[in-house]
Ligand binder design. Sequence first.
Ligand SMILES: Nc1ncnc2c1ncn2[C@@H]1O[C@H](COP(=O)(O)OP(=O)(O)OP(=O)(O)O)[C@@H](O)[C@H]1O
Ligand SMILES: [Mg+2]
Length: 459
Amino acid sequence: SVQQFFPNHLKIAISEFLLSTIQQLSFFQRYSDRFINFFSPYVDITFSQYDDYQFNHAFAAIETYLGTKATDKAKHLRAIQVRDSKGLVLKRDDANLRDEYEGLAVWWAIETDAQGYRRYKLTFHRSSRDVVTESYVKHVVEEGKLIEAKNKKMKLFTNNPSTQWGSNKTSFWRYIDFEHPSCFQTLAMDPKKKEEILNDLVAFSNGKEYYKKIGKAWKRGYLLYGPPGTGKSTMIAAMANLLNYSIYDLELTAIKNNSELRKLLTATSSKSIIVIEDIDCSLDLTGERNEKESQLMNQKKDGEQVLKEQDKSFVTLSGLLNFIDGIWSACGQERIIVFTTNHLEKLDPALIRRGRMDMHIELSHCTFEAFKILAQNYLDLDTHPLFSEIESLLKETKIAPADVAENLMKKNREIDIDGSLNDLIKALKKKKKIQEVQLVDDNKEKHGNKTFNPFRLIF
Ligand SMILES: Nc1ncnc2c1ncn2[C@@H]1O[C@H](COP(=O)(O)OP(=O)(O)OP(=O)(O)O)[C@@H](O)[C@H]1O
Ligand SMILES: [Mg+2]
């Protein structure tokens, strides 16, 4: 019969040719879709990268699944570097890929939509509709997720306000592969504290049954606080690497209101760390802003007030609290929430009370214990005659681990142990002097003696 005579790809080519010809004739344009649908025995489904402004997790799974299919026949390949030097993963660009499932053939193609986002188009014969919609798609997504888990590919999500959808700017998740070398072993901090945090994290990730038993949502909050450069961000990366969770880096200032926050949070997947960095800067938690806002509103007429209500553009403390321990927090399991701040004292006590943030972790200035870990990391050094001098200097000087690391880093592509340690000692001595002068200054100010201090200008 004619069916057997034409191979499948020829049939697709013919229908595509017909489609393009017809589309060029403006007279028929309006009818082309219906015309093609009437004659073509093929059906297609598209999977967009962003669905309803949200990142589509099925899209990522499909991409992974297709990436593992034989690559030799595709003409346009895009190489993507993968973690752990498992080599390159080749992905098809705008090429058709044929796949078989239960003896049926389907075709995948990648397209770019009007907004510049990618989408996969799955084409299949009308007669395979039931199999494809009921089990093939599920099979692909599950397989893709399985491969993702096996490859230990973690993702780093960020929410960016979209400028593509006209005036209605809304925030949505975009992701890149997460590759950060940080781990707990190289993290410089008090070993006992580190051990405690490590155990806490591992217990959490194995706690499915426990949380179920005590009737609590399977989530945990960590508050990381301390001066700049003490390893807060580094610790978050180490947590992700330890548990193999993805990170959602939530930028509160890019979010319009509480309902958008809710939308974003419900779109996060389980096994993830939701991070809000510098929480004191990204949210006015003092309540002052609310007061100002309502004062403003009272001055306006009723009609305008309604308008104002609509474009309120901030996330409120109560919105955030609702998410942390309100009913929303139960949508989805196995989630860690991390807040970081440089100023613990600036935060609203309601936000950080125990039970909301389960563990408060202080990352402070470099201690000798922390220094020894850095020396091991950077110089492969366990001990050295200069260590005792460094130890006593560290006791008297506040220095961030980031500054210590900076001094230990190799300068001319070669490790120079004595040079590095001497650099560090110099830096420590300089810092010590500055801090001493500052202390004298502060004391004078406290006692009302504000005489001009020339040392302050020198350092
Ligand atoms: N405790 C630490 N252990 C190992 N490396 C550290 C530590 N603290 C800082 N560093 C080094 O310093 C750099 C900066 O640290 P990091 O970004 O984690 O600081 P932070 O506490 O997040 O600072 P900020 O408050 O400014 O965000 C890192 O790249 C890391 O190499
Ligand atoms: Mg940081």
